[in-house]
Design a protein around this ligand. Structure first.
Ligand code: IPM
Ligand code: MG
Length: 356
């Protein structure tokens, strides 16, 4: 089995290094090959998603991705910015299903900005459609405003759109995920205003007929944002479009106290996937050895479960992470008085040590 390792920018290389050490300690024979991506791709080959990197990602069975982005690339034209690497990988590899779990580890209940009783025991799964919506819809650009009071001025525009098949396939992923959990699915839309999401809702209702054992409800995205902060434990699985999912998943991540703890998987129709921490490249702390490697290590666990068909190995990693948290080890992002503050390497080494 071949794993493409794409560390990227900022803290990416440091945290991916720890996840690779953990993968190598499992006693499996994974073939791993590393390639530059994002700003690192631009530096090495003049493009955030160099041809060789895309080729490697295509032929691998799974991709372990760090993070991309650094403010030093903010002045580049859009096509050359680091973010285009992750968008390009999602689109080129058809990774349409993004799974973002938000789990609160009991040991970290105090790290949340919400009251412990609101978040303790939180375990929700956000399923975000990842290759459609206003992120990729055409046409887009800047043009002369064709009508209205600002006619003749320049205007920026994007296109929100979802094809029926795109909605159906993400709905199936969501219903099937709900079947494996508490069998409750909330579809998040903006059907009261947007045609695209009125259509989304209709299709989700239609797909629901195949999953009568799952309880489906619908929520407008603004209300969903409010409910996530008010009573997040009411949710089990949420499914939504690309843009709403981007926003809601950051919100859900923060409920747990540290976005540094949360993994994610982006899957195609055959469960080939790209695995990355839910957080970004954090250039402000890059190279300081303080980044939390646990989200990336947990992403490697998701990779074992969803793409490499090694659920027991995934369990081993997840158990090891729980153990180091119980031992009181904390990187600065999740540190609380009385705990032991450790850096990236020390945290990775502790997970290795805790593997049984
Ligand atoms: C994410 C990120 C990306 C997105 C950026 C880096 C393009 O915010 O994975 O959530 O908007 O999808
Ligand atoms: Mg985001």
């Amino acid at each position: 089995m071949k794993i493409a390792v794409l560390p990227g920018d900022g803290i990416g290389p440091e945290i991916v290094e720890q996840a690779v050490l953990v993968l190598n300690a499992l006693g499996e024979s994974f073939e791993m090959e590393t390639a530059p991506v994002g700003g690192a791709g631009y530096e090495a080959h003049g493009h955030p998603l160099p041809e060789g990197t895309l080729k490697l990602a295509k032929e691998a069975d799974a991709i372990l991705f760090g993070a991309v982005g650094d403010w030093k690339y903010d002045t580049l034209e859009r096509a050359l910015r680091p973010e285009q690497a992750i968008l390009g990988l999602r689109k080129n590899l058809n990774l349409f299903a993004n799974l973002r779990p938000a789990i609160l580890y009991p040991e970290l209940a105090g790290a949340s900005t919400l009251k412990p009783e609101v978040v303790s025991g939180l375990d929700i799964l956000i399923i975000r459609e990842l290759t459609g919506d206003v992120y990729f819809g055409q046409p887009r650009g800047v043009r002369e405003c064709p009508d209205g009071p600002f006619k003749g001025q320049r205007e920026g525009f994007d296109t929100m759109r979802y094809a029926e098949g795109e909605i159906r396939r993400i709905a199936h992923v969501a219903f099937q995920a709900a079947q494996k959990r508490d069998k409750r699915l909330t579809s998040v839309d903006k059907a009261n205003v947007l045609e695209t999401f009125q259509f989304w809702k209709e299709i989700v209702i239609d797909v629901h007929r195949e999953y009568p054992d799952v309880a489906l409800d619908h929520m407008y995205v603004d209300n969903a944002a409010m409910q996530l902060v008010r009573a997040p434990k009411k949710f089990d699985v949420m499914v939504t479009g690309n843009l709403f999912g981007d926003i809601l998943s950051d919100c859900a991540a923060m409920l747990t106290g540290s976005i540094g703890m949360l993994p994610s998987a982006s899957l195609d129709a055959n469960n080939k996937g790209l695995y990355e921490p839910s957080h970004g490249s954090a250039p402000d702390i890059a190279g300081k050895g303080v980044a939390n490697p646990l989200a990336t290590i947990l992403s490697a666990a998701m990779m074992l479960r969803y793409s490499l068909n090694k659920p027991q190995q995934a369990d081993r990693i997840e158990a090891a992470v729980k153990k180091v948290l119980a031992q009181g080890l904390r990187t600065p992002d999740i540190f609380e008085a009385g705990m032991r503050k450790v850096g990236t390497r020390e945290m990775g080494a502790a997970v290795l040590q805790a593997l049984v």
